[in-house]
Structure formats: C-alpha cells, structure tokens
Write a protein that binds this ligand. Structure first.
Ligand SMILES: NC(=O)c1ccc[n+]([C@@H]2O[C@H](COP(=O)([O-])OP(=O)(O)OC[C@H]3O[C@@H](n4cnc5c(N)ncnc54)[C@H](O)[C@@H]3O)[C@@H](O)[C@H]2O)c1
Length: 346
C-alpha cells in the first residue's frame, strides 16, 4: 500500500454536510492537522454551500455528486456523512478511484453492502474506517479499564439500558424501519464488544413501537445476547421514552465475581458487598476529561491507518461484527428466533 509522509496533509473530500456533517466539520475536518478538505459534496444546495463557506472550499470545488468531484479534484480520501444507503455508493466510487474511506455508522443499510464495502477496500488495498465514536467517550473507556483491570473480578454477565425521547423531526429516522436498532443500537452493540473485549455470538431480539411513539416503526427493543465466551448480556431501549433518561451511552451494570461496575449517565462507580448484601459499599470512579472529541479521534485514527497501512480499531472488517449483531437483531425480531451472528458475518 502506498504510504504517506507523516508531514504532508492528506486531501479529503467531505460528503454530507447535514446534521452530523456539521459536527464533523466543527469538531474535526475544519481544523485537522492530518487532512485538508479539498472538496465538499451534498445533494442539497443549502448544506453544500454553508459547509463549503465554513470549510473555505471555493464554489468550483462544491459538488452535488461524488463521481463529479472525483473526476475534477485530486484527493486521498473520502469521508461520507450521508444516510446509510448512500455509504456503499460512495465507497464503490472512492475505492474505484484509489481513495480511502471513512464512513459514518451504520457502515451500510444492509449487511451485503457492508460486506461488499469491506471486500472492495481489501481488493483496492485501501483503508475503510467506520465512525464508532462512542468508543472514545471517556465513561466508556473507564468501564473498559475497570473490566480489564478486574477491579471486582471477572465479568459474569451484563446489562445495558437506553432510554431517550429523541426529537428527529424531519430526519430519515422518523420513517425508517427499526430506527432504534439500526441507527442507534449499532453504537451499543459496538460498545458491548469494545468494552467486554468479546464478540456478540448470538442474538434474540423483540422490537415494538410504544403506543406513544412518534416514529413510524419500532422505537423500542429488548435483546438477549450471548457473547462469544458464553457470557449473557441483556439490552433494553426505547427512543421514544418519556420520564427518566439514561444518557446516550446508556446505563450499564457489569456483574463481576466480587462486585458490580456501573455507569449511570456519566457517573461511573464500583460496588462491593459480602454475601447476603453485608457491608455494601459503592465508590465513585473518576472519569477523565476527553482528550479530544470522537470525530477528531476517528480522523486521527483514519490518518494513522492510511499512513501505516494498518487497519484502525474501528475498521470495516471489525465493524462487520457490530453491524452483524444489529442485522441479527432485525432477523430475530422479524422471524422470532435466535440468530447466530457468525453465520451472517463469515
Ligand atoms: N456517530 C454518531 O454519533 C452519529 C450521530 C448522528 C448521525 N450519524 C450518522 O451520520 C449519517 C448522516 O446522518 P445525519 O444525521 O447527518 O443526516 P442528515 O439527513 O442531517 O444529513 C445527511 C446529509 O447528506 C446529504 N446527502 C444525502 N444523500 C447524499 C448523496 N448521495 N451525496 C451527498 N450528500 C448526500 C443530505 O443532503 C444531508 O445534507 C448517518 O449514517 C447517521 O446514522 C452518526
């Protein structure tokens, strides 16, 4: 794979300057040490020109179509912050032109497209990285450290709750199928893998739309997961939940041999007690400030993967196991049976 000097900036085409595209622009691409935005692409005029102005990309390098941008502008990489069904289209175009790809999650709209993206990246010998930014949230890194250090012994089983009444007025999520499972639970599946260091082997899911939900399709779900060493993990959520909210990482309980590890909104703690609940103590655990936001960390990882030729932690092939768990959830909920993730991913 062609390697780039650490000093020269990589040339990036940013596609999608809507809601999350703005976050990428403001948190990472406008002031990156690694990348210079050489062109922007959006099918809608307003975000295209607003984003172009902000990123100081002149009008002649603002496009409504990535194929056009690739014909007219020399670049090293594409960032796509577009709706999930567009990711595979952009990956096909980028890999065919010899560029690397950083895509927003979920990697694709369908597993076959996700697998195709991974194959095209391998065939082109280019990097494919997926924006699983929740891995970089300090509370999640703290939970991972507490488990790694076995502060209360080995993990036995776990649970994650996600309850947020999110306002997505006008967004694709209002009408899409399985909005919570496909658009949000992908973060939680990926976090369960990254935090426990285990893949999700088997999934049983039930999805539903609460009577009060403002989504067209299922905003609620219950999932029972089996990790690849047999560890049971349960997950429950509602994206139309009114009442007490959990925070976007969700609330976690990791039940270990000598106590439990918790995340309640941004507060981490470790609880211990003797048998029959004697001498119970729960101690808060400091969560460090973020060194940088998730988009900036991902962009740095992307540059590192391009320069070193080594896949990033959130590479496309790693992501097949997170997205595979989500797709297993859709199949399970639809067919009312448990689904082996490896049968889908391999
Ligand atoms: N990682 C996170 O925390 C996070 C948070 C929110 C959204 N996302 C993801 O980011 C992606 C975009 O979501 P969003 O909320 O920004 O959606 P959005 O609808 O606000 O913005 C999408 C933008 O893409 C543009 N677009 C659509 N088709 C295009 C095409 N073919 N070529 C170029 N531009 C095109 C639209 O005009 C729009 O400006 C989704 O995959 C979503 O799941 C990730």
């Amino acid at each position: 794979m062609a390697q780039h000097s650490p000093r020269e900036k990589l040339r990036l085409i940013q596609c999608g300057l809507g809601g999350m595209g703005k976050a990428w622009r403001d948190n990472a691409t406008a002031a990156s040490d690694d990348f210079e935005v050489v062109a922007v692409v959006d099918v809608a005029e307003k975000p295209l020109h607003e984003g172009g102005e902000h990123l100081k990309v002149p009008p002649e390098r603002r496009f409504s179509d990535l194929a056009d941008a690739l014909r007219k502008v020399e670049a090293d990489a594409v960032l796509t912050v577009t709706p999930p069904a567009v990711h595979v289209q952009h990956a096909k175009l980028a890999f065919a032109s010899g560029l690397h790809v950083l895509t927003e999650k979920p990697i694709a709209d369908e597993l076959e497209n996700a697998k195709l993206m991974v194959k095209l990246a391998a065939d082109a010998d280019k990097q494919l990285v997926v924006a699983q930014n929740y891995r970089y949230h300090p509370p999640m890194q703290t939970l991972r450290r507490l488990l790694d250090e076995q502060v209360v012994g080995a993990l036995g089983h776990g649970h994650l709750d996600f309850y947020i009444g999110a306002d997505f007025t006008g967004s694709f999520r209002e009408a899409m199928k399985f909005p919570l499972l496909l658009d949000m639970a992908i973060h939680h599946m990926d976090l369960i893998r990254a935090t426990t260091g285990r893949n999700i082997a088997r999934v049983f899911a039930q999805t539903f739309n609460p009577s009060w939900s403002w989504y067209r399709h299922h905003a609620g779900l219950k999932m029972l997961l089996e990790l690849d060493d047999g560890t049971p993990f349960s997950y429950s959520g509602d994206w139309s939940a009114l009442g007490r909210e959990t925070g976007w990482n969700g609330n976690w309980r990791l039940q270990c041999a000598q106590g439990s590890i918790h995340l309640d909104k941004a507060k981490a703690s470790v609880a211990r007690c003797g048998k029959w609940g004697k001498n119970e103590v729960e101690e808060p655990v400091d969560v460090p400030e973020a060194a940088a936001n998730g988009q900036a960390m991902l962009l740095r990882d992307f540059a590192e993967a391009i320069r070193s030729g080594k896949p990033a932690a959130t590479s496309g092939s790693d992501n097949l196991w997170s997205f595979g768990a989500v797709v297993a959830g859709v199949i399970s909920a639809t067919q009312r049976r448990s689904v082996v993730v490896g049968d889908l991913v391999k």
